[in-house]
Write a protein that binds this ligand. Structure first.
Ligand code: CO
Length: 135
């Protein structure tokens, strides 16, 4: 069902510092995007283009950020979720739900303007999974 790894999301309390870390070490300047505020998602993002995938740095934005609780538990930041591409999100959701896996809410338009859903980390070995429809 899943296709390519779209991104690995890393939560950080200081996105400027995290972006600088990549620019100064593992990535070149042109692989690291400028910060972008997404108020409707409660995050500021920076993307690091790795060629075959992306790292998505996430910093909380506003009061009800979906990553605030994660950063309370992990003040130094860390891997927040993995996002895999699927061809047909609705059929993926129907299949997983029928098999008893917990889908968190209804599919909605994600940070890249495409439909996404999240799957409960307790059903996936402690990893929060995001599925993104790409076709
Ligand atoms: Co994501």
């Amino acid at each position: 069902m899943i296709g390519r790894l779209n991104h690995v999301a890393i939560a950080t309390a200081d996105i400027e510092a995290s972006a600088a870390l990549y620019k100064n070490t593992l990535a070149s300047e042109d692989q690291v995007s400028a910060p972008k505020q997404l108020p409707e998602h409660g995050v500021t993002t920076v993307f690091i283009d790795t060629g075959n995938s992306k790292i998505e740095l996430l910093e909380p934005l506003g009061d009800n950020s979906p990553i605030a609780a994660f950063l309370e538990r992990n003040p130094a930041g860390g891997v927040h979720h993995l996002c895999f591409e699927v061809e047909d999100l609705e059929s993926a959701v129907n299949k997983l739900t029928a098999e008893g896996y917990r889908v968190l809410g209804k599919p909605k338009i994600g940070a890249h303007g495409l439909p996404v859903v999240f799957l409960h980390p307790k059903d996936f070995g402690g990893v929060l999974m995001e599925l993104e429809q790409v076709s």
